[in-house]
Design a protein around this ligand. Structure first.
Ligand code: SAM
Length: 235
Protein backbone atom coordinates (compact mmCIF):
# COMPACT_ATOMS: atom_id res chain seq x y z
CA UNK A 1 0.00 0.00 0.00
CA UNK A 2 3.01 2.25 -0.44
CA UNK A 3 1.29 4.93 -2.55
CA UNK A 4 -2.29 4.69 -1.35
CA UNK A 5 -2.30 7.73 0.95
CA UNK A 6 -0.84 9.86 -1.80
CA UNK A 7 -3.43 8.71 -4.32
CA UNK A 8 -6.24 9.20 -1.84
CA UNK A 9 -5.71 12.90 -1.14
CA UNK A 10 -3.72 14.24 -4.09
CA UNK A 11 -6.10 16.38 -6.13
CA UNK A 12 -8.47 16.88 -3.17
CA UNK A 13 -6.60 19.54 -1.20
CA UNK A 14 -8.85 22.42 -2.23
CA UNK A 15 -12.03 20.37 -2.02
CA UNK A 16 -11.05 19.22 1.49
CA UNK A 17 -10.44 22.72 2.83
CA UNK A 18 -13.51 24.10 1.01
CA UNK A 19 -15.70 21.42 2.55
CA UNK A 20 -14.65 22.52 6.03
CA UNK A 21 -15.06 26.19 5.16
CA UNK A 22 -18.62 25.55 3.94
CA UNK A 23 -19.34 23.36 6.99
CA UNK A 24 -17.94 25.99 9.31
CA UNK A 25 -19.80 24.89 12.43
CA UNK A 26 -18.67 21.29 11.96
CA UNK A 27 -15.15 22.66 11.66
CA UNK A 28 -15.51 24.79 14.80
CA UNK A 29 -16.75 21.76 16.77
CA UNK A 30 -13.82 19.64 15.59
CA UNK A 31 -11.38 22.49 16.23
CA UNK A 32 -12.66 22.80 19.81
CA UNK A 33 -12.01 19.09 20.33
CA UNK A 34 -8.57 19.38 18.71
CA UNK A 35 -7.57 22.31 20.94
CA UNK A 36 -9.00 20.67 24.07
CA UNK A 37 -7.05 17.43 23.63
CA UNK A 38 -3.78 19.10 22.66
CA UNK A 39 -3.97 21.28 25.76
CA UNK A 40 -1.12 23.67 26.47
CA UNK A 41 1.52 23.06 23.79
CA UNK A 42 3.88 25.88 24.66
CA UNK A 43 7.49 24.69 24.49
CA UNK A 44 6.40 21.20 23.44
CA UNK A 45 7.52 19.13 20.49
CA UNK A 46 4.63 17.76 18.45
CA UNK A 47 4.25 15.54 15.42
CA UNK A 48 1.14 15.62 13.24
CA UNK A 49 0.85 12.38 11.30
CA UNK A 50 -1.10 13.02 8.10
CA UNK A 51 -1.11 16.76 8.72
CA UNK A 52 -2.92 17.31 5.41
CA UNK A 53 -3.14 20.97 4.50
CA UNK A 54 -2.37 22.06 8.07
CA UNK A 55 -5.88 23.52 8.35
CA UNK A 56 -6.26 22.77 12.07
CA UNK A 57 -2.63 23.71 12.78
CA UNK A 58 -3.30 27.14 11.26
CA UNK A 59 -5.52 27.86 14.29
CA UNK A 60 -2.80 27.07 16.88
CA UNK A 61 0.79 28.18 17.38
CA UNK A 62 2.36 25.52 15.15
CA UNK A 63 5.98 26.63 15.58
CA UNK A 64 6.69 23.39 17.51
CA UNK A 65 4.69 21.15 15.15
CA UNK A 66 6.34 18.80 12.68
CA UNK A 67 4.25 17.07 10.04
CA UNK A 68 4.27 13.98 7.89
CA UNK A 69 2.05 13.99 4.82
CA UNK A 70 1.99 11.73 1.76
CA UNK A 71 -0.05 14.07 -0.46
CA UNK A 72 2.14 16.72 -2.08
CA UNK A 73 -0.90 18.96 -2.70
CA UNK A 74 -1.98 18.91 0.92
CA UNK A 75 1.54 19.09 2.38
CA UNK A 76 2.49 22.11 0.26
CA UNK A 77 -0.38 24.08 1.82
CA UNK A 78 0.64 22.89 5.31
CA UNK A 79 4.15 24.26 4.72
CA UNK A 80 2.69 27.64 3.74
CA UNK A 81 0.65 27.56 6.95
CA UNK A 82 3.79 27.11 9.04
CA UNK A 83 3.92 23.35 9.68
CA UNK A 84 7.44 21.94 9.48
CA UNK A 85 6.74 19.03 7.13
CA UNK A 86 9.66 16.68 7.80
CA UNK A 87 8.56 14.07 5.29
CA UNK A 88 6.32 14.00 2.23
CA UNK A 89 5.46 10.34 2.61
CA UNK A 90 3.54 7.72 4.53
CA UNK A 91 4.12 7.16 8.24
CA UNK A 92 4.81 3.50 7.42
CA UNK A 93 7.90 4.56 5.43
CA UNK A 94 9.30 7.07 7.93
CA UNK A 95 11.91 6.30 10.56
CA UNK A 96 11.17 8.27 13.72
CA UNK A 97 13.73 9.05 16.44
CA UNK A 98 12.91 7.39 19.79
CA UNK A 99 11.84 9.25 22.98
CA UNK A 100 11.60 12.57 21.16
CA UNK A 101 8.07 13.99 21.03
CA UNK A 102 5.75 15.26 23.77
CA UNK A 103 2.66 14.71 21.62
CA UNK A 104 2.07 12.72 18.45
CA UNK A 105 -1.37 13.08 16.95
CA UNK A 106 -3.32 11.60 14.07
CA UNK A 107 -6.14 14.01 13.23
CA UNK A 108 -8.40 12.03 10.89
CA UNK A 109 -5.51 10.14 9.33
CA UNK A 110 -5.94 6.72 11.02
CA UNK A 111 -9.13 6.47 8.94
CA UNK A 112 -6.96 6.10 5.84
CA UNK A 113 -4.62 3.44 7.25
CA UNK A 114 -5.30 -0.30 7.05
CA UNK A 115 -2.96 -1.68 9.69
CA UNK A 116 -2.81 0.50 12.77
CA UNK A 117 -0.56 -1.64 14.97
CA UNK A 118 2.80 -0.87 13.29
CA UNK A 119 2.10 2.87 12.99
CA UNK A 120 0.93 3.27 16.58
CA UNK A 121 3.84 1.16 17.82
CA UNK A 122 6.29 3.35 15.93
CA UNK A 123 4.60 6.48 17.30
CA UNK A 124 4.65 5.23 20.90
CA UNK A 125 8.39 4.56 20.63
CA UNK A 126 8.94 8.08 19.31
CA UNK A 127 7.14 9.60 22.32
CA UNK A 128 8.99 10.70 25.44
CA UNK A 129 8.07 8.90 28.66
CA UNK A 130 4.85 10.61 29.83
CA UNK A 131 4.07 11.75 26.27
CA UNK A 132 0.67 11.48 24.63
CA UNK A 133 -0.52 9.72 21.49
CA UNK A 134 -3.75 11.41 20.41
CA UNK A 135 -6.07 9.85 17.84
CA UNK A 136 -8.95 11.93 16.49
CA UNK A 137 -11.37 10.31 14.07
CA UNK A 138 -14.87 9.67 12.85
CA UNK A 139 -15.68 6.36 14.57
CA UNK A 140 -16.95 3.59 12.32
CA UNK A 141 -19.84 2.98 14.74
CA UNK A 142 -21.06 6.61 14.74
CA UNK A 143 -23.86 8.02 12.57
CA UNK A 144 -21.17 9.67 10.41
CA UNK A 145 -19.37 6.33 10.14
CA UNK A 146 -22.57 4.58 9.01
CA UNK A 147 -23.21 7.33 6.47
CA UNK A 148 -19.70 7.10 5.00
CA UNK A 149 -19.80 3.30 4.88
CA UNK A 150 -23.18 3.36 3.17
CA UNK A 151 -21.87 5.95 0.68
CA UNK A 152 -18.78 3.82 0.16
CA UNK A 153 -20.79 0.69 -0.56
CA UNK A 154 -23.20 2.50 -2.92
CA UNK A 155 -20.53 4.71 -4.53
CA UNK A 156 -22.90 7.66 -3.96
CA UNK A 157 -25.04 9.32 -1.29
CA UNK A 158 -27.81 9.74 -3.87
CA UNK A 159 -30.14 6.91 -2.98
CA UNK A 160 -33.87 6.96 -2.34
CA UNK A 161 -33.43 5.42 1.14
CA UNK A 162 -31.26 8.37 2.18
CA UNK A 163 -33.64 11.04 0.91
CA UNK A 164 -34.25 13.74 3.51
CA UNK A 165 -31.60 12.39 5.88
CA UNK A 166 -28.35 13.85 4.55
CA UNK A 167 -26.39 16.97 5.54
CA UNK A 168 -26.60 19.74 2.95
CA UNK A 169 -22.94 19.29 1.98
CA UNK A 170 -21.75 15.82 2.89
CA UNK A 171 -18.05 14.92 3.02
CA UNK A 172 -16.84 14.27 -0.58
CA UNK A 173 -17.89 10.74 -1.55
CA UNK A 174 -14.42 9.96 -2.93
CA UNK A 175 -12.86 10.65 0.49
CA UNK A 176 -15.60 8.74 2.35
CA UNK A 177 -15.07 5.81 -0.03
CA UNK A 178 -11.30 5.70 0.34
CA UNK A 179 -11.59 5.69 4.17
CA UNK A 180 -10.92 2.51 6.13
CA UNK A 181 -13.14 3.65 9.09
CA UNK A 182 -12.06 1.92 12.28
CA UNK A 183 -14.16 1.70 15.43
CA UNK A 184 -12.98 3.36 18.64
CA UNK A 185 -12.95 -0.01 20.43
CA UNK A 186 -10.72 -1.41 17.70
CA UNK A 187 -8.17 1.37 18.23
CA UNK A 188 -8.33 0.99 22.03
CA UNK A 189 -7.64 -2.74 21.61
CA UNK A 190 -4.61 -2.03 19.39
CA UNK A 191 -3.24 0.40 21.99
CA UNK A 192 -3.89 -1.99 24.90
CA UNK A 193 -1.98 -4.69 23.04
CA UNK A 194 0.89 -2.21 22.72
CA UNK A 195 0.95 -1.80 26.51
CA UNK A 196 -1.11 1.38 27.01
CA UNK A 197 -3.11 1.39 30.25
CA UNK A 198 -3.90 5.06 30.78
CA UNK A 199 -6.60 6.48 28.47
CA UNK A 200 -8.92 9.45 28.31
CA UNK A 201 -11.62 10.21 25.76
CA UNK A 202 -13.39 13.29 24.44
CA UNK A 203 -16.02 13.74 21.76
CA UNK A 204 -18.04 16.20 19.71
CA UNK A 205 -20.57 16.14 16.82
CA UNK A 206 -23.14 14.47 19.03
CA UNK A 207 -26.09 15.57 16.88
CA UNK A 208 -27.20 13.56 13.88
CA UNK A 209 -25.19 14.48 10.77
CA UNK A 210 -27.94 16.48 9.04
CA UNK A 211 -28.05 18.89 12.02
CA UNK A 212 -24.36 19.16 12.95
CA UNK A 213 -23.69 22.28 10.89
CA UNK A 214 -26.52 24.29 12.49
CA UNK A 215 -24.28 25.52 15.30
CA UNK A 216 -20.94 24.61 16.91
CA UNK A 217 -21.08 21.93 19.60
CA UNK A 218 -19.29 21.65 22.91
CA UNK A 219 -16.73 19.00 23.74
CA UNK A 220 -17.77 16.33 26.22
CA UNK A 221 -16.01 13.42 27.89
CA UNK A 222 -16.39 9.90 26.53
CA UNK A 223 -16.51 8.29 23.11
CA UNK A 224 -19.83 6.51 22.76
CA UNK A 225 -21.94 9.27 21.20
CA UNK A 226 -19.69 11.48 19.12
CA UNK A 227 -19.22 11.73 15.37
CA UNK A 228 -15.71 12.94 16.11
CA UNK A 229 -13.81 11.28 18.93
CA UNK A 230 -10.39 11.75 20.47
CA UNK A 231 -8.51 8.98 22.24
CA UNK A 232 -5.66 10.17 24.42
CA UNK A 233 -3.19 7.38 25.18
CA UNK A 234 -0.65 8.29 27.86
CA UNK A 235 2.74 6.61 27.52
C1 SAM B 1 -8.87 13.37 6.67
S1 SAM B 1 -7.30 13.95 6.20
C2 SAM B 1 -6.82 14.87 7.64
C3 SAM B 1 -5.82 15.96 7.35
C4 SAM B 1 -5.48 16.85 8.54
N1 SAM B 1 -4.90 16.11 9.64
C5 SAM B 1 -6.72 17.58 9.01
O1 SAM B 1 -7.22 17.24 10.09
O2 SAM B 1 -7.21 18.48 8.31
C6 SAM B 1 -6.28 12.52 6.32
C7 SAM B 1 -4.83 12.79 5.96
O3 SAM B 1 -4.05 11.62 6.22
C8 SAM B 1 -3.10 11.47 5.20
N2 SAM B 1 -2.66 10.07 5.15
C9 SAM B 1 -3.32 9.02 4.58
N3 SAM B 1 -2.60 7.90 4.72
C10 SAM B 1 -1.47 8.24 5.41
C11 SAM B 1 -0.31 7.52 5.84
N4 SAM B 1 -0.19 6.21 5.61
N5 SAM B 1 0.67 8.19 6.50
C12 SAM B 1 0.53 9.52 6.75
N6 SAM B 1 -0.54 10.25 6.35
C13 SAM B 1 -1.51 9.62 5.69
C14 SAM B 1 -3.84 11.92 3.94
O4 SAM B 1 -2.97 12.24 2.88
C15 SAM B 1 -4.62 13.11 4.48
O5 SAM B 1 -3.92 14.31 4.37
Amino acid sequence: MSNEGKQKFDGYANQYDEWFMKNEHVFTSELRLFKKVLGDIEGKKLLSVGCGSGLFESYIDCSGVEGIEPSEDMGAIAVKRGVNVIKFGMIEDVELPENTYDIIYFNGSSSYMEDLTPVYEKSLKALKEGGKLILLDVPKESAFGFMYLLGKSLGTYNHEYLEGTMPELPYPIELASSGVWHSTEEKIEVLKNLGIKDFSFYQTLIKNPMYTNEEPEEVSEGYKSGGYVAIIANK
